[in-house]
Design a protein around this ligand. Structure first.
Ligand code: HEC
Length: 150
């Protein structure tokens, strides 16, 4: 009887180990944008996003609403994760969002003007120095959180 219990316990352990090992193939390669998003912590990203002042700059919520279609100085970020991968050919959702933060003039989004949502936003409104004001970890945290906005 004892041996049977031990056997069941060993089998359970083996299954658990097999399940954990199975995800190894999808692990992100260091240095890739996937790794950047994987390195980010969405909960910390949400906290950073919500600050009215962020490391000396106006915080993200000054200009970005999370209500669909609600334009402040910048576009609403509602549903961003759904469209981010279709914005710039060849850029994944992670890449697009990362670039939108550290080099926002590289691609000007739409949706800053409530009466003309299709109009392109103006350059240089979004602070251009986030890569200096935020650590790489903070940027990854923000990206991880923005990727949850489906
Ligand atoms: C002073 C206003 C302002 C602040 C502060 C600001 N942004 Fe922006 N943001 C903009 C504007 C304007 C645009 C549209 C023009 C462009 O794409 O650069 C934009 C674009 C974006 C986009 C692309 C949106 C889309 O629909 O594709 C993302 C993502 C973004 N901002 C994230 C952030 C995050 C994260 C922060 C905080 C770290 C932040 N922004 C802070 C004004 C701002």
């Amino acid at each position: 009887m004892r041996n049977a219990i031990l056997l069941v316990a060993l089998l359970a352990l083996a299954f658990t180990l097999a399940a954990c090992g199975g995800s190894g193939q999808d692990a992100a390669t260091p240095g890739t944008p996937q790794a950047a998003a994987a390195a980010g912590d969405a909960t910390r990203g949400q906290a950073l996003f919500s600050k009215s002042l962020l490391n000396g700059n106006a915080g993200c919520t000054t200009c970005h609403s999370l209500a669909p279609g609600k334009a402040l100085l910048g576009p609403s970020l509602a549903g961003l994760a759904r469209r981010a991968g279709d914005m710039v050919p060849g850029q994944s959702a992670e890449q697009y969002i990362h670039t939108a933060i550290v080099d926002s003039n590289a691609f000007l989004a739409r949706g800053c003007n409530a009466s003309n949502p299709e109009a392109q936003c103006v350059a240089n409104i979004m602070p251009q120095d986030w890569s200096r004001k935020l650590s790489e970890q903070e940027i990854n945290d923000l990206v991880a959180w923005l990727l949850t906005l489906k």
